[in-house]
Design a protein around this ligand. Sequence first.
Ligand SMILES: C[S@@+](CC[C@H](N)C(=O)[O-])C[C@H]1O[C@@H](n2cnc3c(N)ncnc32)[C@H](O)[C@@H]1O
Length: 456
Amino acid sequence: MQKAREQLQLFSVESENKPRQSKINRLEEQDRAFHDWYRFVLSFPPHLVRQHLDEFGVDEQKLLLDPFCGTGTTLVEAKKNHISSVGLEANPFAQFASAVKVNWEIDPDLLLEQAQRIAETVQRKLQRRASATDGQSALRTLPSEAAKLLIRNSISPLPLHKALILRDEIQKYAAAPFCAHARLALANALVNSISNLRFGPEVGIGSIKHDVPVVRIWLDQVDKMVGDLRRVQAENYPAAKIHLADARELSMYLDPRSIDAVITSPPYPNEKDYTRTTRLESVILGFINNRAELRTLKKRLVRSNTRAVFKADDDDEWVRNYPEVERIAQEIEERRIALGKTSGFEKLYHRVTRLYFGGMARHLAELRPFLRPGAHLAYVVGDQASYFQVLIRTGELLGDIAESLGYELARIDLFRERFSTATRQYLREETVVLRWNGNKRTSLSFGQTHLDFCPP
Ligand SMILES: C[S@@+](CC[C@H](N)C(=O)[O-])C[C@H]1O[C@@H](n2cnc3c(N)ncnc32)[C@H](O)[C@@H]1O
């Protein structure tokens, strides 16, 4: 933890000097093990987690929670430091990725042996098909409902054909403990090498790859996992549990007063469709098969973009009496009218802003009975100006809302600043540091916690 302490100092010095560089979010070389089994563009860096584990004094006796765990940076880092953890994640593919990344109990030699066998079988099948057919017509494709969910040109026909054959061969071992690792290796290979995707930070299409050595790329990925697993075989590490869950309804997954610390990064109100980030691998591996399943997933998410707003949504109730959220929402709507913007999505900008902060308020309210008195919490969030350039100070607002709910706001750290091309200004990404000291009014009755929230 000494290194984390040094990093903490580095951060405070950099804070004064405005840490604008995007490198601060990169995965450092020495952190690659397990984290790079699969990591999406929304991830925060392991050194940020270490910094807070150290600062909060989280040790082997404590239980750590990440209620928006994404692809598991907090949970992997906790495990590496022998700390037990729980993760909640609403996106089934991200939940799967997190669960595999903290499963170090499988036999690496068996994984490698079986993967090599699968690779040989797939190569044989590909060669047989190549010599038996001459045209593109024989290529494997996705069912049309699933194919419609993909971002256009995200994968070329031949790499898709090869990936589907590999996927089905892996699936034959569905009951074997190594199967999940083999699937995650395919997901990582798909996103980073086999597909045409480019992340920067939005998902887009880069150079089109007409053919790719799919099996070799996948096997290299498995090999990396095997190396990481071999290095931890001799030691015992604590368990991490990852649930497919909505962080606004977490009572089924946690024990009362069990959580000592929270380190997390929820969505930001930035009009980003978080489901697009994992779309290709979610569809190819069968986590989302049609529009109805995509809709079910979107309903579980905190509302942060207008493509995931539903008629029955009522999280805004949680911030109805909160003046700053109301002021921002009104400013957004007034600016829309002044600019003469009339699209359906633009008309929802003010609503999604209320729903976002309402959802976060609901999460923070629900969380209270599960925190041990004295629990420390760190929420990494970014300021936004996606809605007609109206500035949303996300960290500041979240801190205020948390205080209204009985949390103590310890401080707000600057993590980094990011340049917004829309507004041509730097936007702050911050860590809201909270403390829960216990609250007599907090009970497991959720009607009661709801009433408690309404700010004075
Ligand atoms: C900024 S990302 C977290 C990234 C994570 N810290 C990592 O390093 O991979 C936010 C995550 O919150 C998830 N999410 C959004 N709404 C949620 C909800 N209501 N419950 C649980 N997870 C949710 C999204 O699917 C996304 O994976």
